[in-house]
Design a protein around this ligand. Structure first.
Ligand SMILES: Nc1nc2c(ncn2[C@@H]2O[C@H](COP(=O)(O)OP(=O)(O)OP(=O)(O)O)[C@@H](O)[C@H]2O)c(=O)[nH]1
Length: 477
């Protein structure tokens, strides 16, 4: 989810920057047209007036009437003679002569007498008008020689006021810059450092490079306030000016940042909710598994209890018979021998009768432990009930089973059982049978071993009887 959100943020950032560049270029194109027609208008006024200067003897009166028609955008119309002296101004017709021979426009026209071109000055503080103006000038020629300069002063606000009406954001800038790097007019939220007329833009700007395309995009750090700006420019080569529109990322990226924060907050909330759901699932599932685990343990314990004889700790009847069945099946499949011993303590009732049931229990436990100690790990030993026990001997034929049974019988006979009422001696009778080749039923095998046990009991007890090779072969004890 986060990668989708980050991709979307990247996409929106690119789209926002692209839209800002397009906006800047569209604005620059519109201002280029405005500047072009405004300059054309000034030049028409100049050309018109220049004819009048030369033709009308009552020029002063004539100019007043003409200027009223041109309106408020003209601050001053002035005529400078060939020596640089102000000989006419509509503002101060009777002032004493003012020397303007140091003005750039005068020098440009005087030093290039063969050229009749429009010159647009840097903003200058008028000596007569006392206002910041841009001066549009044309040379006056008489008899093919330089005879002076006609000056039309327009307030810098003429362009700046127009720019000010356009919303380029609180930190955006629209500027009219001369190719001499001086500002002609600017509308900007940031004040110009130093004196307006003296301020010069750095020369590394691409729009000052005459080899660069006449229009293009620009981005970089502003020399006015040090903030990063992105924008577009359009150069007017004939007029030696450039229109520059700069937009501030902190303005045009504001809505993007709002959208970005909204996206991140939404994704954060969704992530948090997903984490909570995952946590809830984890807690519920671990509880489920814990309870399942506990159930399995309880089940195992129950199974253990069901499979174990509580008094002696050996296999219960049910468990022993199940294991015997599995063992018998396995022996048949692998054609192996298997023998079964049936053990019954002799006259056990007497032990109970004489010493009591608890002593009988102790005797049963000791009997079991002694037998278990004489068996191999893979032999099966179970209590079938009361004082009756059984042993299954895998990989063992009758001969081997007789040997094991005899060892058990002897050990029990010879072992005094220590109890709280003193040593007790017991004996055991054992009947055994080897599983027949075609014998598949546990019951058949048990029945044959049982019969052998019966023979042992009736033969005098404390003895071992085998069902084969001869029926009920019972060696004497
Ligand atoms: N203490 C005790 N006695 C038990 C237990 N289970 C069975 N008995 C007793 O074992 C005795 C078995 O007696 P009988 O079946 O007559 O056999 P016996 O006295 O051993 O005589 P034979 O088997 O003929 O030699 C009974 O008195 C049962 O009460 C037990 O868990 N604990």
């Amino acid at each position: 989810m986060w990668s989708v959100v980050l991709d979307e943020i990247k996409h929106q950032r690119r789209a926002t920057v692209e839209a800002a560049r397009n906006d800047a270029m569209n604005l620059a194109t519109a201002f280029e047209a405005h500047v072009h027609s405004a300059i054309r208008l000034m030049d028409i006024v100049l050309l018109d007036m220049r004819e009048d200067v030369l033709e009308h003897s009552d020029f002063q009166q004539y100019v007043h009437e003409e200027l009223q028609a041109y309106g408020s955008f003209v601050t001053q119309l002035a005529v400078i003679d060939r020596n640089g002296l102000l000989v006419f101004s509509n503002l101060a017709p009777s002032v004493k002569p003012v020397d303007l021979s140091d003005r750039e426009h005068f020098r440009v026209h005087r030093d290039n007498p063969q050229e009749d071109r429009l010159f647009i000055s840097k903003p200058v503080l008028g000596r007569v008008s006392k206002q910041w103006t841009i001066q549009f000038t044309r040379p006056i020629h008489q008899n093919g020689e330089f005879a002076g300069v006609l000056v039309l002063s327009v307030p810098t606000s003429f362009f700046a006021d127009y720019y000010q009406q356009i919303n380029v954001g609180p930190n955006g800038t629209i500027a009219l810059v001369g190719t001499d790097r001086s500002l002609r007019a600017i509308a900007s939220g940031t004040p110009i450092p130093g004196r307006y007329g003296r301020f010069k833009l750095p020369e590394d700007r691409p729009y000052f490079d005459p080899k660069a395309p006449a229009h293009g995009y620009y981005e970089g750090v502003s020399s006015i306030d040090g903030d990063y700006r992105l924008g577009a420019y359009r150069r007017l080569p004939a007029e030696s000016v450039v229109v520059v529109v700069l937009l501030a990322p902190k303005d045009f990226m504001a809505s993007f940042h709002e959208r970005k924060e909204l996206l991140i907050a939404s994704a954060g909330i969704i992530s948090l909710l997903l984490s909570l759901v995952a946590l809830l699932l984890f807690v519920l599932s671990s509880r489920y598994f814990q309870s399942t685990d506990r159930l399995r343990q309880a089940h195992d314990q129950l199974a253990q209890l069901a499979n174990t004889d509580v008094l002696t700790g050996i296999s219960s009847r049910r468990s022993f018979l199940a294991s015997l069945e599995a063992e018998l099946t396995r022996a048949r499949r692998h054609n192996e021998s298997l023998s079964l011993l049936m053990l019954d303590i002799d006259h056990f009732k007497r032990v109970n009768d004489v010493h009591g049931h608890p002593i009988g229990d102790a005797v049963l436990k000791q009997f079991t432990a002694t037998c278990a100690g004489m068996l191999r790990a893979h032999d099966l030993f179970g209590r079938l009930g009361g004082e009756e026990f059984a042993v299954a001997l895998p990989h063992t034929d009758t001969e081997g089973a007789l040997s094991v049974a005899e060892k058990i019988r002897t050990a029990i006979e010879q072992m005094p059982i220590a109890t709280s009422v003193g040593d007790i001696h017991i004996t055991v009778s054992i009947g055994l049978a080897q599983a027949d080749a075609g014998e598949h039923e546990v019951e058949q095998l048990i029945a044959r071993a049982d019969k052998a046990l019966y023979e042992a009991k009736h033969g005098g007890r404390n003895r071992v009887c085998a069902a084969e090779p001869r029926p009920f072969d019972c060696p004497s004890a």
